[in-house]
Design a protein. Sequence first.
Length: 264
Amino acid sequence: MSDLKVTLIQTKLHWEDIDANLNMFNEKINSINERTEVVILPEMFSTGFSMAPEKLAEKMDGKAVQWMAKKAAEKNIIIGGSLIIEEDGEYYNRFVWMQPNGVAGTYDKRHRFAYAGEDKHYAAGDTRLIASVKGWKICLTICYDLRFPVWQRNQISPETGAPAYDLLINVANWPERRSTAWKTLIQARAIENQVYAIGVNRVGDDGNGIYHSGDTSLIDPMGEILYRKSHDEDIFTTTLERTKLDEIRKNIPFLRDADKFQLF
């Protein structure tokens, strides 16, 4: 298994303006000069964290999803981020993992942020998604999920003898007023699951006047902060080292001593 090149995009979002956001992300992705394999966008990247799915939702053949497919194919990359999707009369905050061949993996946010009324507007997902890229297993989560460690708990597979996943990705619209929790939790998830952890957040004020400081982060399996950016827009590309992950797991094999459990 080889290294993985990833790009994290921390940016302001145009409130409830799908066209403006798609144009903005189009320009940002076009500006990436170095080779990358996976590009991660924030939560609800096409609208901001809106509680108006009735006017903003699209289906899986909608404008933003089609843009993801076209851009992924054009750049030969995977594009990941969440957006508002309508399906069978329900609305979902859905993480779309768009591959260059147009095949998309999806994960619907499990833990809805009731404090902002998300549970009143969006249905909850009930299935974890572990994506696979170049031998890397990647657990996809959205914002508030980060507070619930059991949902992200890594385990050794009895079939393969390997951990369930190697990289945790969380996309968010996490406000600055709770940034201490954001930074602490993403670091904790990396340590306890012995994985790389990426948290991609937005910056700036949303349509409700709530400020977001970003604090987009990359944490290694020992909890070391490899990258963190606060307040400013940024596009960061780096390489995740497979040998580093394997060596840490070999030298400190604590996952094999973890409690066994099942998610229902």
